[in-house]
Design a binder for this molecule. Structure first.
Ligand code: MOS
Length: 739
């Protein structure tokens, strides 16, 4: 019997993607499509005094210029703009009023018969502003930051334990340091785009680049007071998003606004530069204070984070929670503060809160190991926690120790000379560093519909999105196994708001969520087939219960006696049907008796040119414990992609803000540096065996975000080991090494 779950399976949507058959949001064409172009604010704060579109409107092919002054009606209340993942505060409302909240804010939307005409005419829209003084520098506002906590925030830091200040003062060995992660951007390949098809009678089909079609659908219905049946959002393919597509973005609002104003189909594609003013990873300052006994046992952990938020929303993530959970320590103290700047609201970006928080924690642990003269891996072992220290509960499973062991062995960690600058390769200094990674293993209520036909084909439908992670493929694998039919017999439909309920595709929760939705629904199909088989003249399942049979090889089969079986087609014929349709939702028992996490251990080798300071990351081993791996091939791609991103975080990525103008200035791929092929060398991904029958029936944890967590720390630690120079503010560029 074939099992597709666990097999390294190529993407079922791969052919459509590489041949161009897969259509993205800006690929949908209809006759008479109107194209939009956004005119954005050059000032960071103030008001629009006057907009003069006369000249723009005189350009041949220009249809309309929409602004806050002449737009159609939009909802008035803040609440109407709250999407399912909105943070506390008052969401941004594009073209709503004259107030300017950030540089790059859309001020006018030019609509024309061709995109080039719209963009050119945009340059002729004259806008006068009353500018007010702005602040966009986190360092300038750190002293006015306010603590996240209390009832207003869902993401309060963990409770303190003991007295961390006193324990730190009395510790045998101490390390205290401040770490900095700059503003970074998601930079997905696909631009943010929406094509809104005017279907007549006010009905709209919205092709949107998003991680959550139902989230966008509900949001748009709320903003434009539309009936649910009149607005459908589809997004079958997404060219990367990494969190930037979790919330509905302003281009979809403007495209719908324009379609309703003109009663025509409208497309709006943002430029790469405009995408920089959509959302970003918040720049974060972290202060770590670690105290240990001479043995290496932690006695005090303090982790305080100060992160950017906007003037209108309070975006916060759990930067400091990991320091409380990962290691045993009797005395802990945490704080998360926000500094309001005149920037757009930050957003989730791959492993939000962990990519940043773990960077600081794991660099600080490395520095403590140096102070203790203890191998950094030994320091992790010495403080290993078998229970989540914050909630004092066991983990559903935690094979981090195996990650350490297998990762270290594959890397050759035992051969490390602990002295900095002690390892060389020609003119290069060689450094070896390591770090731990951790992420939540989440699961969300999700529904699936299965239609199984007598010829053994099945269509699986769910409103989930596949943001390039492999959701189509794992859905097909799970369905094929659960229905006992070949993978090629499965058709997946997703990314459509009219399909069964799904949350946004984020938090690495989609695989576990949709797999169990499919499993639950397939269970209903199996029961139905068993029931139909009772009508068969030679019913092989007389005296059995539905639980006694399984679906395999195109048959219903007794679990005990495989010879008692009946072909699916025969069971359906016996029941007088040629198809079975079922829909079920997951029903997770998310009790708080256990902590649910995926873990990793990352080992990195860097080679640093001693004269020039040029850093290369020559080897990375990432050993991951993330429960059952549904598809080692797509899962490996997720982890390898995360490692590449970790290289970028460590060495390249930084969004620079010109504080005089309050504007992000390196807003393109030429000036915002990401790793290219020449920066990426040997990446070895190991999946540690981690059976888990507590977390959920299939033992799935998900492997999206865990891939990036800890990578930047392992590289930073390796650079210290190579050079003896500790750089705490990312990215670690060669000029910082020379200082
Ligand atoms: Mo992820 S940052 O939840 O797309």
């Amino acid at each position: 019997m074939v099992s597709y779950i666990g097999m390294p399976t190529s993407r079922v949507d791969g052919r459509a993607k590489v041949t161009g058959a897969a259509k993205y949001a800006a690929d949908f064409n209809v006759p008479g499509l109107v194209h939009g172009s956004v005119v954005a604010s050059p000032i960071a704060k103030g008001r629009v005094r006057r907009i003069d579109a006369t000249e723009a409107l005189q350009v041949g092919g220009v249809v309309e210029v929409l602004t806050h002054a002449n737009r159609p009606r939009m909802a008035r209340s803040d609440q109407a703009y709250k999407d399912e993942v909105a943070p506390d505060g008052s969401p941004f409302r594009p073209l709503y009023a004259d107030k300017v909240h950030f540089s790059g804010q859309p001020i006018a939307l030019v609509l024309a018969e061709e995109p080039e005409i719209a963009r050119f005419a945009g340059s002729l829209v004259r806008v006068e502003y009353d500018a007010e003084p702005h602040v966009t520098d986190l360092l300038a506002r750190r002293d006015q930051s306010f603590a996240v906590g209390g009832d207003t925030f869902a993401l309060s830091p963990a409770k303190p334990r003991g007295d961390a200040v006193k324990a730190f003062a009395g510790a045998d060995v101490r390390h205290e340091g401040e770490y900095f992660v700059p503003v970074e951007h998601h930079n997905p390949m696909e631009l943010f785009a929406s094509t809104v098809i005017w279907e007549g009678n006010g009905k709209l089909t919205v092709h949107d680049k998003t991680q959550g079609v139902q989230n966008v659908q509900r949001y748009l219905c709320s903003v434009f007071s539309m009936k649910s049946d009149d607005l459908r959002v589809v997004s079958p393919f997404v060219g990367g998003a990494f969190g930037s597509g979790l919330r509905p973005q302003y281009q979809v609002v403007l495209a719908v606004l324009a379609a309703r104003a003109l009663k025509r189909s409208v497309r709006l594609v943002l430029t790469r530069q405009q995408m920089y003013a959509l959302c970003y990873r918040p720049g974060t300052i972290a202060r770590l204070a670690l105290g240990a006994k001479r043995s290496g046992a932690l006695d005090a952990v303090t982790h305080e984070a100060i992160a950017i938020t906007s003037q209108y929303e309070e975006f916060a993530r759990k930067d400091t929670i990991w320091a409380g959970a990962l290691y045993t320590c009797p005395n802990t103290k945490f704080a998360h503060k926000l500094a309001r700047l005149d920037l757009p609201t930050p957003s989730d970006m791959r492993a939000p809160g962990a990519a940043t928080g773990i960077y600081a924690l794991e660099c600080a642990m490395d520095e403590l190991a140096v102070a203790l003269k203890l191998d950094p891996l030994q320091l992790r072992y010495r403080n290993y926690s078998d229970r989540d220290q914050n909630a004092d509960v066991p983990f559903t499973s935690k094979k981090l120790s195996e990650c350490y062991r297998q990762g270290a062995e594959a890397f050759g960690w035992a051969k490390r000379n602990p002295e900095p600058r002690a390892m060389r390769d020609g003119r290069d200094l060689v450094g070896w560093g390591m770090a731990s990674g951790v992420w939540e293993a989440l699961q969300m209520e999700t529904a699936a519909r299965i239609v199984l036909t007598a010829n053994g084909h099945a269509e699986i439908a769910c409103a989930a999105c596949d943001i390039g992670t492999g959701t189509y493929t794992i859905m097909a694998q799970v369905a094929a196994d659960m229905l006992g039919v070949p993978l090629d017999n499965i058709t997946i439909r997703l990314g459509d708001s009219t399909l069964p309920q799904s949350p946004v595709e984020g938090g690495s929760w989609m695989a576990a969520s949709v797999a169990h939705a499919i499993a639950a629904t397939a269970g209903e199909i199996r029961k139905e087939l068993w029931r139909l088989a009772q009508n068969h003249p030679s019913n092989p399942f007389a005296g059995t219960k539905p639980e006694d049979v399984a679906l395999a090889d195109g048959k219903i089969m007794s679990k005990q006696e495989a010879h008692r079986s009946l072909a699916l087609a025969d069971a359906m014929r016996a029941g007088g049907v040629d198809r079975i349709q079922k829909q079920r939702s997951t029903d997770f028992k998310d009790d708080s008796a256990y902590a649910r996490n995926a873990h990793s251990a990352i080992f990195a080798e860097v080679k640093v040119d001693e004269q020039l300071g040029v850093i290369r990351v020559t080897r990375v081993v990432s050993a991951v414990a993330a429960g059952r791996i549904l598809n080692p091939k797509t899962a490996r791609s997720q982890i390898a992609g995360g490692v590449v991103w970790g290289i970028g975080m460590a060495l390249h990525e930084e969004t620079l803000i010109d504080h005089h103008f309050g504007r992000m200035i390196n807003a393109d791929f030429a000036e915002y540096h990401v790793p290219v092929s020449a920066d990426v060398h040997d990446i070895n991904v190991i999946f540690v065996d981690e059976p888990d029958d507590i977390i959920n029936p299939l033992g799935i944890k998900g492997v999206g975000e865990i891939g990036i967590v800890g990578v930047a720390a392992a590289i930073a630690n390796a650079i210290y080991h190579a050079t003896g120079k500790r750089v705490r503010d990312l990215p670690i560029t060669l000029d910082k090494l020379q200082r």
